[in-house]
Design a protein. Sequence first.
Length: 366
Amino acid sequence: MINLLNYNQVQLAEYFKSIGEKPFRAKQITRWIHHFGVHDFAQMTDIAKSLRDKLLQEAEISLPTVQLEKISNDDTRKWLIGADVANSIETVFIPEDDRGTLCVSSQIGCALACTFCSTGAQGFNRNLSVSEIIGQLAIANKSLRQEAGYDLLSANDRIISNVVMMGMGEPLTNYDNVVTAMQIMLDDSAYGLSRRRVTLSTSGIVPAMDKLKEDCPVALAVSLHAPNDALRDVIVPINKKYPLKDLMAACNRYLEKAPRDFVTFEYVMLDGINDTVEHAHQLLNLVKNVSCKFNLIPFNPFPNSGYETSKPSHIRVFRDILMQAGYVVTIRKTRGDDIDAACGQLAGKVLDKTKRNATRIPIEAV
């Protein structure tokens, strides 16, 4: 059976042509599946019965299975979603007064092995399919619309206004599936999100950043976390392949077509590791030619990480140095840490296929 959740509208049109149907059916089906959340062909009332019968025989709309849902004291929600028998992923919804943000995973685990990240500590199993990526958005939408208050909203009223590709995995090492899923998010017949409201976060896969600029230029966040190559080589090992000079140049190239006129640099605050006054001045020198803002992230502990969160006073001093240089700086508010849903805490269940003690990171350029 063909899972139609794996197709964007262009791909659906090709599918319908291949079975002798008119390509315009793709727009109709896209609206039913993603805009209205209808996954039963029989309920798609403006589709000819003959086509509905054909689809019932050879196609399906199949979501991943929700294994567990947790709600934090601050109303953050986390879903544990089964990807297959041995593996699961995590998806997080963060409600705020002016927006609702869904943090979406792109892989089961992660091969990049950033030392401060719980996902990286789990190892890597495989890339998620398009249906498993866009399915997280569908699952969250369906679940939230059943809640008191949200259940009164029409299909045109968005609960999830922003999507960040910041969950488990490095999105740009699952390039094709992530781009297809984001194209569905942006499609006016599906979720209709603007490119400014979909953000992809990468550790810096430079060739894929250049490709994304041409294929699907959404808002860009870069997991920077260190102001020099020597430190970043240790805590973000992909830096050995794509060092900071190359990464900064790639950021400037991306901005040529980005929906926002800045890159957001994410910087986890690790006590005594990357949070000194000297580090702040090194950071200013590093980004001096890149239009950017900073998101400082207090480290969220997980077992055996070996790191501690920077002291609040150190974070404030670090922030003030950047702000005094004229940069916009936010300190990320920790959300959902009581249910392990905060930044860097997502782990899911991963049957690791990597050799975690290996020194070489298995990344192929896109």
